[in-house]
Write a protein that binds this ligand. Sequence first.
Ligand SMILES: [Fe+2]
Length: 501
Amino acid sequence: MRLSELKRSNVDSSKSNFKIIGLDDEIGIIKTLNVLLDREGYYFKGYTDHVEAIEDIKNNDYGLLILDYLLLNINAKEVVEIIRSFNKELYILLLTGHSECAPPMETLDKNDIQGYCTKSDDPRQLLLMVKSAFKSISMMNDIRLTRNGLDSILKSVPRIYQLQPIDIILEEILSNILNIVHSADAFILVDRLEGTEENSKESIYRGIGKYNIDIETFTTLFNPLQMMFAGSARMNSQVVKHEGGVFFPLLNDKRESIGVIFVDALDEKYISLLEVFSNQAASSINNAFLHSMINIKNSELKMTYEIIRTRYEETVDTLRLAVDAKDEYTRGHSDRVSKYAVEIAKCFSHLTEHDYNLLRVGGTFHDIGKIGTADDILLSDRKLSDSEFHEIQKHPLTGAKILSALSMFQDTVPLVLCHHERVDGSGYPNRLKGDEIPFLARILSVADAFDAMTTNRVYRSKLPLEAAMAQLQKGAGTQFDPDIVEKFVDLLRSGAIKLDE
Ligand SMILES: [Fe+2]
């Protein structure tokens, strides 16, 4: 039987939210508890029937049960066991008639009963126990709320840190605020970072609940007083409460204000949780801005790269002209070697566009070292002496040294250095054998020799195509890599490569 539902008459709202239920056979005890607890500002319901009391506990959120240890129809232990089968959180306080009737410790422990006190004329002991229970439960609730809130924050962090457009990040932040604090109305106002968009001074606004309006409508509703509170939160980098709502500042890595979050009708207990979340939100917004700045920087870098590339090509042309100017007979030779080398490379599936490019540049510069060779040796139409031949053989190393001076040619250096090596180890300058010679240099070697054979030189006339192919095949395995010769001859036979006239 329900006896009473008392009015709350105190100033401590959290105390009145703390619900106490009582179960005792003696109606006098229930009435006394009513008076006592009401006077102290607690919410209390009392029962003399255990079935009704248990049912009420099942259906309502009670914090404390004051339970008579000696009930007539049922053992208090059994009542506790039934309650514990569906509610582990309820704080239980046993009331005993006499101190000698106190329940054994084992019973208290086993059923998770938090305390007991004797029924006496002096209510102070009971009130102290109730107060202590209230404090414990409040603390537990705070811990639970913080734990759940932090859990929500942890879950939301990966989402808000995903690199998405800023508008989507702001919406994520707002919907996560709702999850954490169970508030319906909130907005976020952020300064667009300079340099991220054309309208760099613009503010970005997003709202939910009653703030789900466009920024123009928002500015007409945002009164000067609210602006002052928002400004104060930003200027002082601190939380500011205003008419039930709370402003949270958003700060960047340098602790400068980048915006503000406002949550309407926010319970105070959520403030520190939302401070934690605001810091995460600010970081994610900052990341998004930095990312869009990086994109802009990337496009600037692309432009710079284009300028470098143009200058690089100009450098290539200048150097090539210098080589070609030395020897009119070799004019065009480097271009053709590049062309043949790239065509050969395309027959090998493990080579990439980067390799083709290296061969293009390598072909262009393979003989650049001849700049350092005396004209009378280079242009001689007589048989060269050993020392003159030795002089000519220096050109791969001289070329490698010239190109090493420029970082943009670093990858081309091995090709230029090794283009006169032979797979049998009898080449120059380092007498490398087989795989010791870089594969791209082996390609260059075939292309170079073929073009030398098929163009007129001061000391001999060019060979016909068939004879040149036969020469290549003859040199396969000694001078040249046989796989490369095979592919090249196939290309020539199929007509995929034609000789320049
Ligand atoms: Fe050469």
